[in-house]
Design a protein around this ligand. Structure first.
Ligand SMILES: [Zn+2]
Length: 423
């Protein structure tokens, strides 16, 4: 019997998620625990009751750690998000959100419909604890009991899930947002039940813009419409939050107009990088270098990757397609990002298109001539760059939508900065 089979057997007998069981099993086996013993300890973990005593202990939310297996906890339901997932080959509806008490808040996943409502104060008896990205999370399943508490709690968190776009973070569930639809298009994707249409585009409110996906196209999501979406969830897309609308979301047209913000929030480079990714941000700094792979480049006709010496990393020898690009290192004193300019923005800073660039390279008998000319033009100058920032193993990259030399008077800017510092 393979580990996978063991996990399958255990998961179906306990009625819990197989991937989770398998991960736990792998961990134990990795530490040389014999497989039958590992299964026994997981049975105890998932079936409720810790391995050493009878029932789970009552804990405040701040006391719950990833080392707990089961707890009894009382808290106020902050959000309830309903979602359908594919679980062991069939669709299952789950409920997710956050619960808070006076000491803190914690995420939960409910595998049964306990009828949870925002604002309720409940006691969850025998709630499982699982670890999600290093934090404990409540797992409310078959062996959990939910009872309405006699008294409500005084919690420091907003109940109900209303948020602005700027407040959303990946992992948020059951959120309600009011915004206008800036862009929307229909896409056909290969869904879990074959080809299906979805909507994708950009939402905007007074605070910021975010990309969205509507997995069950709602007619109210039309370009220019001002809408309220209830029960949306937030995922990460290229390091930035993305709003997800589902079959369980309610979309209504507002009788007011949400005015989308024209400006992107302007952040210090360090703060922007620490945020982990932003869909729409403005960074201001000096271009300190233009990286290799800028200017006149060749891309693979199959995958669009940059071709070096006629070779694509995936497709070998290919006939490259000419393109223009700039990778400029922007430094504001707090940190650096690589601003990536597409062909159109590159044409602006270079002062010519692909044909001019090819002629230039031919005349100088040097492919690098175009990048050198761009270096000459922008290095040492200050620019305001607006675009989408992603932060990952490839570094911090800002895909620019605009790239403007700052024309501010330095004295005026110093004044602004002082005003900001003084609050
Ligand atoms: Zn390729």
């Amino acid at each position: 019997m393979s580990l996978d089979d063991h996990a399958e057997e255990l998961a179906s007998s306990l009625g819990v998620d197989k991937t989770e069981v398998k991960r736990d099993l792998e961990n134990l086996v990795e530490y040389s625990v014999p497989v039958e013993e590992a299964k026994d300890s997981l049975r105890r973990k998932y079936a409720g009751g810790s391995s050493d005593d009878g029932g789970p202990t009552s804990k405040s939310i701040a006391e719950i750690s990833t080392g707990d297996s089961n707890v009894t906890v009382t808290g106020t339901v902050l959000t309830v998000g309903k979602r359908s997932i594919r679980y062991q080959g069939s669709d299952q509806v789950i409920f997710e959100g956050e619960i808070a008490d006076e000491t803190g808040k914690i995420s939960y996943t409910a595998w049964d419909d306990f009828g949870l409502e925002t604002g309720q104060t409940v006691t969850a008896g025998n709630a499982g604890i699982r670890e999600w990205e290093g934090d404990p999370e409540l797992n409310l399943g078959e062996s959990t009991t939910i009872q309405l508490a006699d008294e409500s709690l005084d919690v420091d968190y907003e109940v109900g899930g209303d948020a602005t776009l700027a407040e959303l973070a990946p992992g948020d569930r059951g959120v309600n947002v009011e915004m206008s639809v800036l862009e929307v298009e229909t896409k056909t994707i290969d869904g879990r039940d074959g080809e299906t249409d979805i909507l994708s585009g950009i939402f905007a409110d007074e605070t910021t813009r975010l990309p969205f996906t509507d997995w069950e196209p709602h007619a109210e999501i039309a370009e220019g419409a001002s809408i309220r979406v209830e029960d949306a969830f937030v995922r990460e897309f290229r390091g930035a939050p993305s709003v997800n609308v589902s079959e369980f979301s309610t979309v209504t047209e507002l009788d007011r107009t949400v005015e989308p913000t024209e400006e992107a929030p302007r952040l210090a480079v360090r703060d922007a990088i620490e945020s982990g990714g932003l869909f729409d941000v403005e960074l201001v700094g000096n271009v300190i270098a233009v990286r290799d792979g800028s200017g006149l480049i060749e891309r693979c006709p199959e995958c669009g990757r940059v071709v070096q010496n006629g070779q694509c990393r995936s497709h070998g020898a290919v006939d490259g397609v000419d393109d223009l690009r700039v990778k400029a290192i922007l430094d504001d004193g707090t940190g650096t990002v690589t601003a990536i300019l597409d062909d159109e923005l590159t044409e602006e800073v270079y002062g010519g298109g692909i044909e001019a660039a090819k002629e230039h390279a031919r005349d100088e008998m040097d492919q690098e001539a175009v990048a050198d000319a761009i270096r000459e033009e922008i290095v040492g100058r200050e620019y305001a760059v607006r675009g989408s920032l992603s932060v990952d193993e490839y570094g911090a990259n800002l895909n620019a939508r605009s790239f403007e030399e700052t024309a501010d008077d330095p004295a005026e800017r110093a004044g602004d900065l002082l005003a900001e510092v003084r609050g």
